[in-house]
Design a protein around this ligand. Structure first.
Ligand code: GLN
Length: 538
């Protein structure tokens, strides 16, 4: 077993996830089998109940796990398929230890953080690694070195490193901040020195230091970090702010990171020549375009871009394919009223309503939908957005006044969106929705069929409410056709509006399946329609 541990120092949000993903991509491009695990030192069992305002989006895996958004980066960068075991939280570790304690597994011993929690962490990591055929497992430790919460994990991986062979079987990568002081314009190494010292006090000496800075590390600074932190100069990696996250693997590769790791971990016999041709081509399409469109994303978590990360990435993938820069304009749904809609949405080339929970902002989303429908602006709705589109059409095309979802108005006279029967009576919030990858049947001769080029697709889900079967016929009569349905045909999965240039919404979350090499059909369709719409205006 070979491990790369990625830690972070100085402050959070330095892009450890992108560093881990980029290293993964590079090793993959050298022909190695790579997988990744994210450790989140919080007590939540998973990210399912967490507010996107605080942590960014909840990413959903094929198996229905609701996980940290970094797993989305791993899947996108490494083209990997991960499962719930690849996200370890403090909550998961404790739950398992407490269960063992109740079972009597510890034979009367006092159960302690060391060794019981640390052993459990090592066991989980080892088990997950064995279950994959990865040559290298990348393990990213969330949080910042020095946090109380991270301590048991750092201790566990320190021990693990020693057990598997500290030199050739593991590499510790430490990501730190190298700030530039405004007044002097000089890169400062002291925060890095301190955070490496902190890491060393736990018994971990980094093998590679990734210095995040707004500019490339100056040569002198690289040498200084090397000298003071006791790593060779070629293992001090400069990671300046990038125009696109997809540039980071290239930046790291230019400094020989993959080769350094491969040599260090004696993987030369498995490694092939680097092949980043596809990636480079994709990157150049991300950075250079001959046209652009503006798509309004109308949501309620709009002050934190990470809340909609997978949508942003899906638009990047779709834009790269269409030689088009997609400018996503975040609009707080609370601000949209019939009076403000023309000013807020009048000049956009497309509208997307993403997923969400709870009533706040829903009326604004419905108003945005009316505006896009009436003005013929390309439109997509995802999950809650699909439900909003259904409510809007029920109210304003079918004339069912006060139609709503029972999530927002339990007493609505027209519950066009209703809780799924199996969800009724469930009072547990965590892990209880319709989750993960499910088959979608696509009707031939529909726009969805054109978009997917297939009659079946696997798509990821995360919801409790869906189209009420009682209204299917009348909604379809109003032109809202359900061109995608679940395998038993009972659940409505895709809606498309007749007579509109592009008005397609899905109950599932296509954004979680979008990859640089294969943008999701729903976002790609929206981008293409937005380009045509903009051309039409010109
Ligand atoms: N709140 C809606 C539901 O539970 C939509 C969920 C979502 O957008 N992910 O069905």
């Amino acid at each position: 077993m070979k491990f790369i541990f990625v830690t972070g120092g100085v402050l959070s949000g330095l892009g450890k996830g992108i560093t881990a993903s980029s290293i993964g991509r590079l090793l993959k491009a050298r022909g190695l089998n790579v997988s990744a695990i994210k450790i989140d030192p919080y007590l939540n069992l998973d990210a399912g109940t967490m507010n996107p305002f605080e942590h960014g989006e909840v990413y959903v895996l094929d198996d229905g796990a609701e996980v940290d958004l970094d797993l989305g980066n791993y899947e996108r960068f490494m083209d990997a398929k991960l499962s719930r075991e690849h996200n370890i939280t403090t909550g998961k570790v404790y739950a398992s230890v407490i269960e063992k304690e109740r079972r009597g597994d510890y034979l009367g011993k006092t159960v302690q953080i060391i060794p019981h929690i640390t052993n459990e962490i090592k066991e989980i990591i080892t088990r997950v690694t064995r279950s994959t055929d990865a040559d290298v497992m990348i393990i990213e430790l969330g949080g910042t070195v020095g946090d109380i919460e991270s301590m048991p994990f750092l201790e566990a991986v320190r021990q693990l490193g020693m057990e598997v062979g500290r030199e050739e079987n593991c590499t510790f990568v430490h990501t730190t901040l190298v700030p530039i002081l405004g007044s002097v314009g000089e890169q400062k190494t002291k925060p890095t020195q301190h955070s490496v010292k902190e890491l060393m006090s736990i018994g971990i000496k980094p093998d590679i230091i990734v210095g995040r800075s707004s500019a490339p590390l100056e040569e002198g600074i690289r040498k200084k970090i090397s000298l003071f932190c006791d790593v060779p100069p070629e293992a001090v990696i400069s990671a300046p702010d990038a125009k696109s996250i997809y540039q980071v693997p290239i930046t790291l590769e230019a400094q020989g990171v993959a080769e350094y790791i491969i040599k260090r971990m004696r993987l030369t016999h498995l490694a092939k020549k680097m092949d980043m041709a596809d990636w480079n081509q994709f990157l150049s399409r991300v950075l250079n375009h001959s046209r652009d469109v503006t798509i309004a994303l109308v949501g309620k978590y709009t002050h934190l871009a990470d809340s909609y990360l997978s949508h942003l990435e899906a638009f990047t993938h779709a834009g790269a394919k269409e030689d088009c820069k997609v400018n996503v304009r975040f609009i707080d749904s609370d601000e949209i009223t019939p009076q403000t809609a023309p000013a807020l949405l009048g000049d956009v080339d497309g509208v997307i309503i993403p997923g969400g929970f709870g009533i706040r902002g829903v009326e604004g989303k419905i108003t945005a939908t009316t505006f896009a429908r009436e003005k013929g602006i390309p439109y997509s709705g995802v999950c809650l957005g699909f439900q909003v589109a259904t409510i809007e059409i029920a109210r304003n095309v079918l004339g069912l006044k006060d139609a709503n979802s029972t999530e927002f108005d339990p007493r609505t006279p027209h519950p066009v969106i209703d809780i799924m029967p199996e969800q009724k009576g469930s009072c547990k919030m965590g892990g209880t929705m319709r989750l993960g990858s499910q088959k979608v049947m696509i009707a031939e001769g529909t726009r969805a069929h054109q978009l997917y080029g297939a009659t079946e697709a696997m798509e990821r889900h995360r919801h409790r409410y869906e189209v009420n079967p009682k209204y299917i016929e009348s909604l379809e009569g109003a032109g809202w056709k359900f061109s995608g349905r679940s395998e038993d045909l009972h659940r409505m999965e895709i809606g498309e509006l007749e007579g509109h240039p592009y008005f397609v919404a899905s109950q599932f979350h296509p954004e979680f399946k979008s990859r640089p090499s294969s943008p999701t059909p729903i976002h790609l369709g929206l981008v293409r329609a937005a380009i045509a719409y903009k051309d039409g205006k010109a």
